[in-house]
Design a protein around this ligand. Structure first.
Ligand code: KMH
Ligand code: ZN
Length: 279
């Protein structure tokens, strides 16, 4: 059982609007100050979606490069860019995210219904993403929205080899309408399926919406890590909107400490994920 907890903050996402959620960080300044504060609280990884001048989701490469540079200048966080983007983003733009040279990028392991939309992840696209990340030394976080996607990951690794750094890390994204539910039972099923993946595969989990707390507790008890943030949850408690990403990170840190698995430092997180130390 691991003795520390990797805490990832996913502060923005592509789904909530600034009009509806005013606390959402959408400008580079807002993102950087959120990142700094979340790092100080105990986050070690930031999962990044960016917005344009109108606060709409974008995969603009110049902005992505500026974002990676700004986060590296001001924090020691591991910078993980989303290759998922928004459901409307074309595959070519999602692949081009890698040109911004992040430490990590997400790699979703299959197509899933996503509310009223479809989050499309064709096999050939997944292979492209995985092999390009291998070539460039970008460490993937494999996003798992449903149990069968772990079988696809096994197939991917069998056919195309281990990711850059040699360590496999997955994130269970639970409670998306169209994917697996955010329950202890579903997390246990995923945890058991990890037996078919390379020894030492690590996992984090996040529960969308009201499943955030049950998933957090289940993940900690199963030896998993945590992802929290306003990408996944905009309600802190019934009738109480989230005030900031820091509020969610602070709560995750509190749970991790209660579980006697304190937050990993950024250095420990790099080691765990197979990333080389920052020069
Ligand atoms: N915004 C979702 C359609 C990822 O970042 O890789 C996809 C997503 C997953 O958030
Ligand atoms: Zn995302």
């Amino acid at each position: 059982m691991t003795t520390m907890t990797l805490i990832t903050v996913a502060p923005t996402g592509a789904e909530s609007t600034k009009e509806a959620v005013s606390a959402l960080p959408v400008t580079l300044d807002e993102l950087v100050s959120t990142a700094k504060e979340c790092e100080a609280l105990g986050a070690s990884v930031i999962h990044v979606h960016i917005r344009d001048d109108n606060a709409r989701p974008t995969l603009d490469l110049g902005r992505l490069r500026d974002t990676v540079a700004a986060l590296r200048d001001t924090t020691d966080l591991i910078v993980q860019l989303s290759s998922g983007g928004a459901v409307t983003d074309p595959e070519s733009d999602r692949l081009a995210v890698l040109d911004a040279a992040p430490d990590m990028a997400s790699c979703t392991m299959g197509t899933v219904n996503f509310g009223d939309d479809v989050f499309l992840n064709r096999w050939a696209f997944i292979v492209d993403l995985h092999t390009r990340m291998q070539e460039r030394g970008i460490v993937p976080e494999y996003e798992i929205f449903d149990l069968g996607q772990l079988t696809s990951l096994r197939r991917l690794l069998d056919k195309y080899g281990l990711p850059a750094g040699g360590h496999v890390h997955v994130d269970f994204v639970m409670g998306v309408p169209g994917g697996m539910p955010g329950t202890t039972e579903a997390l246990v099923a995923c945890h058991q399926a990890l037996r078919d993946l390379p020894e030492g595969t690590s996992f984090s989990a996040t529960g969308i919406g009201r499943s955030t707390i049950p998933v957090m507790l289940a993940s900690l008890s199963a030896g998993g890590h945590l992802r929290v943030g306003m990408e996944d949850t905009i309600t802190y408690a019934k009738g109480r909107p989230v005030e900031s990403n820091m509020q969610l990170v602070a709560r995750a840190v509190g749970f991790a400490q209660l579980a006697q698995r304190p937050p990993a430092t950024t250095g420990e997180a790099r080691q765990l994920l197979g990333l080389s130390a920052r020069s």
